[in-house]
Design a protein around this ligand. Structure first.
Ligand code: ARG
Length: 566
């Protein structure tokens, strides 16, 4: 907003397009250096003059033809000081307007996002948690930008591991235990299977036979499988409800069973399949990748085959314009191979497919491996976060009415934000203690700031749902205050969401929200907001309402609830 406005003032004096100007502009590092800075280096070559000379001339030209901006040359830069009195009212009006930060960039475009996608009968791991949170934030951001989003939970409900589970269950299973704790019991069976299989190789064959029976549709195998699927889904659902995440479709990998034959036939027709040790593969030597396995030697299908059928379905049946996969970086090669095979099949749209990878997150220093049974159970992590949040709230505000509910929002918000504040690929070590600190760079800090503003608005008569007064003239009262800095940051909200989407980095939005909260807290600590002067109070409360709006909107996009009081 500010950039656009400043660009309009520079445009008549410069041989760049408006877009080029906007791209070159910067926010000065210190407020006393102005509101917008324009570096003149890019012009030096064309004009064959030193940047500092260009800056001086440009500043003079801007000052000669405008009264609502002051330009000052500073070395190679032109620093622009906006006429705040004029701009405060305008900015407030725009930020508080109902359509602020809602864009139509994506109208008519459909994005299919693959997110969460845990595996049946296995614990919902930290990787799946990250995929859920990153994917959900991206889905929300895409929606707010006018895209039609189809969020798909691609449940891992097929594969040789079910053979292992069935083999283990028929040997050592206990129905009552499975009913009570489906995932923990499945895990115990799975771990035992691996232990025993080390001593007895025949077990692996038995497991393969079970899976083969399952793929052939034999009744006993099918029945057992359905049983595992139903129990696991119930347990996952509880986690999703707590995280506040919903999907447009939950489709297991098994959904594509009857769609793979066509893919294999097409690969055959195109002569892309080759035999390798009895298996069928697509060679990807030209792409510099190992071959992509399509059919195993016993004829059973595998993960890449299912992903080929899935991608084709998403494109052709769901009508995707973009296909995004939010999956850990350890599957990088898998997705490169799948996209390359699609390309080989003549599906030009494979270019619309993108693997949105993320790094491995350690949890309090622990890594995890399902095979060895070293597992962090997500529900336990959530419970622990909520219990800790409850203890903190008890200390801070013992009289709070709905403590339990608030603790749930704060504990879970801490986990979500603790993850989303890091760029995706960073291999962060998650510390619950740190994520819950109300005065750190945390979700609770943002929630608490929003609650503090809410209280302020209520005591000033600007509480929830009241018609806010016009922002006209507000500039007279707050143009010289820390509120101005705050408003400048708020003005960057729509562009921040746009840039978070462009890089598929929710962290861009998370870090921005921290800046918003910090700048509000500076304003709050430096000045009295509820003053004796009614118009001054009203102007300051409007600024606070604008901060509240952006905080709530941004947290909402990240998938974090904002309690009214904490
Ligand atoms: N279930 C898989 C896993 O846990 C992730 C699936 C990701 N999505 C996909 N279309 N392959 O490793």
């Amino acid at each position: 907003m500010l950039f656009g406005w400043a660009a309009d003032r520079l445009l008549p004096h410069i041989s760049l397009t408006r877009e080029e100007l906007m791209a070159a502009m910067e926010l000065p590092p210190k407020p006393e250096m102005g509101d917008v800075a324009f570096p003149c280096f890019p012009l030096a070559r064309e004009l064959k003059r030193p940047p500092a000379v260009i800056a001086a001339d440009l500043a003079a030209a801007v000052n000669g033809s405008n009264t609502d901006v002051r330009a000052e040359p500073a070395g190679p830069y032109v620093n622009l000081f906006l006429n705040r009195e004029k701009w405060v009212g305008e900015l407030l009006g725009r930020i508080l307007a109902p359509d602020f930060a809602l864009s139509t960039d994506g109208s008519g475009k459909r994005v299919v996002i693959d997110l969460s996608s845990p595996n049946i009968a296995k614990p919902f791991g930290v990787g799946h948690l990250r995929s859920t949170m990153i994917g959900n934030a991206l889905a929300n951001m895409y929606r707010s930008f006018g895209y039609e989003v189809i969020a798909v939970n691609h449940i891992g409900d097929w594969g040789t591991q079910f053979g292992k589970l069935m083999s283990a269950y028929t040997r050592w299973g206990d129905e009552a235990k499975l009913k009570e704790e489906p995932i923990r019991e499945s895990l115990r069976l799975y771990v035992r299977f691996h232990e025993e299989a080390e001593k007895d190789a025949a077990l692996e064959d038995e497991a393969r036979r079970w899976f083969w029976k399952l793929e052939k549709g034999e009744a006993d195998a099918q029945e057992l499988w359905r049983y595992f699927v139903a129990f696991s889904l119930e347990e996952f659902e509880r986690v999703y409800a707590r995280l506040g995440v919903t999907f447009d479709y939950t489709l297991g990998e098994s959904f594509y069973n009857d769609k793979m034959e066509a893919v294999v036939q097409e690969l055959n027709r195109l002569r892309l399949l080759e035999e390798s040790d009895g298996a069928q593969v697509v060679r990807l030597d030209e792409e510099g990748m190992p071959p992509c396995l399509i059919l195993k030697s016993d004829g059973t299908t595998i993960y890449p085959t299912r992903d080929l059928a899935t991608a084709i379905y998403r494109k052709q049946v769901m009508g995707a314009d973009r296909l995004l996969y939010v999956v850990g970086n350890e599957q990088k090669l898998h997705f490169k191979q799948v996209f390359a095979v699609l390309q080989r099949m003549g599906h030009e749209w494979s270019e619309q497919c993108e693997h949105i990878a993320f790094g491995l997150m350690k949890f309090e220093g622990r890594k995890m491996s399902t095979r060895k049974g070293q597992v962090i159970f997500l529900d336990e992590v959530l419970d622990e976060a909520v219990a800790k949040a409850e203890a903190i709230i008890e200390e801070k505000n013992a009289d709070l009415a709905n403590k339990r509910e608030v603790a749930e929002a704060v504990g879970i918000g801490a986990i979500i934000f603790g993850d989303l504040k890091h760029t995706r690929m960073l291999e962060a070590d998650f510390s619950l203690e740190e994520a819950l600190r109300f005065e750190g760079e945390t979700g609770p800090y943002l929630q608490y700031t929003a609650a503090r503003i809410n209280k302020l608005l209520n005591s000033g008569g600007f509480g929830g749902g009241t018609q806010l007064p016009s922002s006209e003239g507000a500039g007279t009262y707050i143009s010289q205050t820390a509120a101005w800095e705050c408003l400048k940051i708020l003005a960057a909200y729509p562009d921040t969401v746009r840039s978070a989407l462009r890089s598929h980095e929710p962290a861009v939005l998370s870090r921005y929200l921290l800046e918003v909260a910090k700048s509000f807290n500076r304003f709050y600590h430096q000045e009295r907001i509820l003053t004796e002067s009614a118009p001054e109070t009203s102007a300051k409360l409007l600024a606070a309402a604008a901060v509240h709006k952006v905080l709530c909107s941004g947290l909402g996009l990240l998938g974090i609830k904002v309690p009214e009081q904490i």
